[in-house]
Design a protein. Structure first.
Length: 197
């Protein structure tokens, strides 16, 4: 970028003769640049730096120590599912007003024992024409937890909703929801079955 130098008196005189002989391309507009004095550039004072307080990294972050389990609970997952059955029957079922026609208790069983037992129970209940059955899993025991990853309480309680969605049970199960307190609460599930064909 080149700097402008000041014109000598001879150069200024020569420039004024050239400028006087020049014709404007647009006569209605006058060249105001020559008539107006150039304003002096404004010097803005520098702003003072704000005082910076002492801080710790992460001091303004919210405390998430109470939220160690990021996965939604079983009840939340079941509530998010769309209602496929009659809404009035669903409301009565979740309020504990419908009585289950059959029930199975999986307390004390391992996963290897509980899965085939529950599969037999659901399929035989469907063949008999039952519509609402109760699967009791229990709430589970709190295990010895030393690791950084929290362990879920109740292995069967977490596994049963998945089994009910998978084949062969997925074809006969219409709706799964957590049982009312009088039928076991968080330790049991209502399983609403499709009509047999």
């Amino acid at each position: 970028m080149s700097r402008r130098r000041k014109l000598s008196p001879e150069e200024r005189e020569l420039w004024s003769k050239v400028a006087a002989s020049a014709r404007s391309l647009r006569p209605e507009k006058r060249n105001h640049a020559e008539t107006l004095p150039t304003p002096a550039p404004e010097i803005t004072p520098k702003k003072a730096r704000p005082d910076v307080r002492d801080f710790r990294i992460g001091q303004s972050a919210p405390d998430y120590a109470f939220r160690h389990d990021l996965a939604p609970s079983i009840a939340e997952g079941l509530e998010r599912q769309p209602v496929l059955m009659d809404r009035k029957a669903h409301r009565n079922m979740t309020r504990g007003k419908l009585e289950p026609e059959a029930r199975i208790d999986l307390h004390g069983m391992t996963l290897a024992q509980a899965h085939p037992a529950m599969t037999r129970f659901i399929l035989s209940s469907h063949d008999r024409g039952c519509r609402l059955v109760l699967v009791i899993t229990g709430k589970g025991k709190r295990g010895f937890d030393e690791g950084p990853i929290p362990q879920r309480q109740g292995v069967l309680r977490h596994q049963v909703p998945q089994w009910l969605r998978m084949p062969p049970l997925g074809a006969v199960v219409m709706q799964v929801s957590q049982a009312h307190l009088k039928h076991g609460g968080a330790g049991a599930y209502y399983v609403y079955l499709r009509r047999p064909r």
